[in-house]
Write a protein that binds this ligand. Sequence first.
Ligand code: PLP
Length: 384
Amino acid sequence: MSSGELIYLDYNATTPLDQRVLDSMLPFFTEYFGNPSSDHVFGWQAAEAVEHSREQIARLVHCRPADLTFTSGATEAANMALFGFCEKNGHKGKHIISCKTEHKAVLDCLQALEKSGCRVSYLDVDSDGNIDLEQLQKMISSETILVNLMLANNETGIIQPMKEISEIVHRHQASMMSDITQAVGKIPVNLEELNLDVAFFSAHKMYGPKGIGALYINKKNKVRLGPRNFGGQQEKGMRPGTLNVPGIVGFGKAAEVARADMKAEADRLQKLRKQLESGLKRLKGARINSYNSRRLPNTTNISFEGIDGQQLIRKLKNLAVSRGSACSANEMKASHVLKAMRLSEELALSSLRISLGKFTTSEEIDKAIAEITKSVQQLKKAEV
Ligand code: PLP
């Protein structure tokens, strides 16, 4: 996607709305403005649209519609999931297992839970970002109530073997929670097959609107969460407050579009990423992180040895790329994900996350390669 000369390559931070999504939402700001809790025609119309959207999303992630609760996004859902789980299940044990490479939305909740008496163990990853299933087996004890691990990493795109992980976790009678935000819409996600107990994701990573997400609670597995908010019976009391109907409708449409387009789009993006990586690999000192692992088709993370990533980004005037997750990209600190993969502080600071999306073209990739190459070479010359 270009805006004038600008090329957007930060689709893991957020995506523009798909036109079909916008069209589906507009009538719900005006004609169908009703409150879905109202017991009259206006309310019924809105409530019907909300339930239709829940079904569209459930079809995308293969779950029962009733197991989805609408939230304001993945961060709110992560808070509801982690605090709500510990509140209801804390009497069974106080131990949680997660990983050093999780998103801040999860890590900050875990830190707060540690302060309130939970014990959290963080799995390591290898230099490609893979977790070690043996370490997980060794860490789980009878005190472990929950394992929380993301399906796909937002910075490197690495995909963890969630089915195997959840089998291990359930064998030990613990519950399995996953941040599936970056995976949904990009790769097939089948919640039933993965046998997750709790999961969360967001519309704005898949061409839906910002400010709407979902919390999945597998009621068949008898998982119970306490509510975080109080004030009404919306969403069966799990998330009270008037529903964001236009957002929910857009989320549903985005799910429908993703389901139809995913296979062809994933193949196209993988080809474009190959073009990008082949072009950038020619630069001396360039290293593609998580290259040997199963990754999201749209994501690449590249270190440029001897280059300051912040300076590089400032030079890339026509490119929107990032140094890490959008929540921490403005921090001067090295990415905690890359550091966990044992990159040196310096190498981690030299890295860019480049994430492609449905408006990315081959011409844009060629321009991006040329601009990054020129900027890296200029920065190298300035050092000499
Ligand atoms: N989890 C992951 C992996 C993400 O990439 C993000 C967004 O950056 C979030 C959670 C937070 O999502 P939201 O912006 O919907 O709160």
